[in-house]
Design a binder for this molecule. Structure first.
Ligand code: ATP
Ligand code: MG
Length: 290
């Protein structure tokens, strides 16, 4: 019925400063690709990470990822700094991502674009949020390799290139944006309608709704998935870990809605500790960097 599947994760790494009501955490390794890779591992998959690290991405972070079972041989080293994000999470679940307004963030997004392999050796590829300049060739490569594609986006990319993204949704197996991103893509529709309109383009949709769970749509079937009970400490990466876990369960042969339900458990677990700690990434080194 199910066995270990192979997941390739393509996207970006980051070095995060995370402000929560309980305190601030600096120099936390992150990025959607890192959280998705760990989420896929949590789902039991064999995971290969395709991303670029800047000169400031600590080697011991990659070693820690490898200890988590993530194949980091596909992580390339590039000159200059890694992307950095300052993530502020409010008590009410609102979040601010001021880094998207910075020219440097966009410059590093271009400089650290992941190398697209000629073919993916995987059952499922996760396309973490990325500009269309990477998304388009990545989807081409997934289709050439007959690998299922699960993609996410971010509000910043949805604002800039929404129409180009919409035009390729039908080639995905699953599109898994947050509710906020679907509002950017289809501003005239309510959340349920937007998710249905996205699915009508020919992919399954998992519309992530934070503490309210998610809406899963496959064909004409809509399933409301409640968020599992959890104790939220830091929501950073929950959506990305959910998408990675979804890919992991799909790769193991589990059907979409069941895979999505299980993936939300991984997302709910992710929020219980700062950064990627709940996913098993012990990133602080012996010298005690915080
Ligand atoms: N406060 C919370 N309580 C319970 N579950 C949560 C909470 N936050 C996130 N989750 C779980 O994780 C899943 C994904 O989180 P969310 O909807 O916030 O994704 P996202 O908007 O893509 O987030 P991000 O991109 O910031 O990681 C949710 O569907 C839910 O199952
Ligand atoms: Mg997200």
């Amino acid at each position: 019925m199910t066995g270990m599947g192979r997941v390739a994760v393509l996207g970006y790494l980051s070095i995060d400063t995370i402000a929560t009501p309980a305190g601030i955490h600096r120099d936390v390794p992150g990025g959607a690709a890192l959280y998705a890779a760990l989420g896929a591992r949590a789902a039991g998959a064999d995971v290969r990470l395709h991303a670029c690290a800047g000169e400031d991405f600590a080697p011991h972070w990659l070693a820690a990822l490898a200890r988590c079972g993530v194949d980091v041989d596909g992580v390339e080293h590039r000159v200059g700094p890694t992307r950095r994000a300052r993530l502020a999470h409010g008590d009410d679940g609102r979040r601010a991502s001021p880094h998207h307004a910075e020219a440097l963030w966009w410059e590093r997004t271009a400089a650290l674009a992941p190398t697209i392999p000629a073919a993916f050796e995987a059952d499922v590829v996760v396309m973490a949020p990325m500009p269309m300049a990477s998304f388009a060739p990545a989807l081409d490569a997934a289709r050439r390799s007959a690998v299922r594609a699960v993609a996410d986006t971010s509000e910043a990319f949805a604002y800039r290139e929404g129409d180009a993204l919409l035009a390729r949704l039908g080639e995905l197996d699953v599109f898994a944006p947050s509710r906020e991103e679907t509002r950017v893509l289809l501003p005239d529709l309510d959340d349920d309608e937007a998710a249905a309109a996205l699915a009508a383009r020919g992919c399954a949709v998992l519309q992530k709704r934070g503490a309210e769970g998610a809406l899963a749509i496959e064909g004409d079937a809509r399933t409301r998935l409640p968020a599992p009970a959890t104790t939220p400490i830091d929501p950073t990466g929950a959506g990305d870990a959910t998408v990675g876990a979804l890919a992991g369960y799909l790769a193991a042969g589990i059907a979409f809605v069941d895979a999505a339900r299980r993936a939300l458990e991984v997302g709910a677990g992710t929020v219980t500790q700062p950064g990627p700690a709940a996913l098993g990434l012990a990133w602080r080194d012996a010298q005690g960097d915080a």
